[in-house]
Design a protein around this ligand. Structure first.
Ligand code: AVI
Length: 318
């Protein structure tokens, strides 16, 4: 997930576009510099952040059923694969079912490390990493064409896309994966805000540090002079939109310079930094259907926290 694809001029342009808008916003892809990746790793281990461990347990429990949907010798295509840990739970659930593994991520070093680890643990598996931004159109490597594609997008990362972007992504994935493909997507379920809010505002303050790290990154990479003590982290449940929002709240009236431009903040004014959509299963099925995907199976944990949706391409992705 490391943000290797952003050039310094892109970061300044993206930061200025968001900070001169009303309301102010910054794109969540800016979270993932090296420090942000390390903070996100810590988030996934927090007691309040149930998403990662619940999805992992679901994959452990249902991996064989999920994998049984794939024809023999299929190619497992993972979107946003920062490591291969979750894919291993599918690859190892029915050894030999997947002949190829295609991890897609923007961090070339992480992809190379994954390929090296899998070459020693799974010498019979063909690994073809693609270094690309999955929000752009992409082509599968020739070595995996001719195999039925089995898409995999775990981690609730689709929840960080706004509905139009999620729909566009699902359509693009349909075109990439092709006729007959399956796609397994992990989403966080809609639930009581008393469970959701602490997951995005933990007692140890790791999510706050993750959010504030964005300003530290702009100080370093977008010639900005944010005083980090002048902002606080806020997580909000937006029920109408079915999403957790993260904001950075200005503690006082202040002026910040960003790439030579003055940006003024009123006391209490916020920068909206992330949306994390939470789906009822029927709502996700309806989104997927609009992109040509039919939901054929949904697995959830006993506490109703997280869902894995198995989709099959039936219609035209549009
Ligand atoms: C990466 N993504 C699925 C995380 C989420 O839960 O939306 C990002 C995150 N933001 C705050 N905590 C975790």
């Amino acid at each position: 997930m490391l943000d290797a694809a952003l050039a310094p001029s892109d970061i300044e342009a993206v930061a200025l576009a968001g900070l001169t808008a009303r309301p102010k916003w910054l794109p969540p892809k800016l979270f993932y510099d090296e420090a942000g990746v390390a903070l996100f790793e810590r988030i996934t281990e927090l007691p309040e952040y149930y998403l990662t461990r619940t999805e992992r347990a679901l994959l452990q429990r249902c991996g064989a059923e999920i994998t049984a949907l794939a024809p023999p010798d299929a190619a497992l295509i993972e979107y946003g694969a920062s490591d291969e840990a979750k894919a291993r739970l599918l690859i190892d659930a029915q050894p030999g079912r997947f002949a190829a593994y295609v991890p897609i991520d923007i961090a070339a070093p992480a992809l190379a490390a994954m390929a090296a680890r899998l070459a020693s643990s799974h010498p019979g598996l063909a690994v073809h990493p693609i270094c690309a931004d999955f929000s752009e159109p992409l082509a599968l490597p020739r070595a995996s064409t001719g195999r039925t594609a089995f898409g995999f997008f775990p981690g609730s990362t689709i929840g960080n896309l706004d509905p139009e972007a999620a729909l566009a992504f699902l359509r693009r994935a349909g075109r990439t994966l092709g006729a007959g493909a399956h796609f397994v997507v992990g989403t966080d379920l809609r639930k009581d805000p008393a469970i959701l809010l602490p997951a995005y505002d933990d007692a140890a303050g790791v999510t706050a540090a993750f959010n504030l790290n964005l300003l530290r990154r702009l100080n370093r990479e977008a010639d900005a002079d944010f005083d980090l003590a002048g902002f606080t982290h806020r997580a909000v449940w937006n029920d109408a939109e079915s999403r957790i929002e993260m904001h950075l709240v200005s503690r006082r009236r202040q002026r910040v310079r960003v790439a030579g431009t003055a940006v003024d903040f009123a006391p209490g004014e916020t920068i909206h930094t992330e949306n994390s959509y939470k789906f009822a299963p029927a709502a996700f099925a309806s989104l997927a259907r609009q992109a040509g995907w039919e939901t054929i199976r949904v697995w959830t944990d006993a506490d109703g926290l997280f869902a894995l949706h198995a989709l099959q391409l039936t219609g035209s992705p549009g």
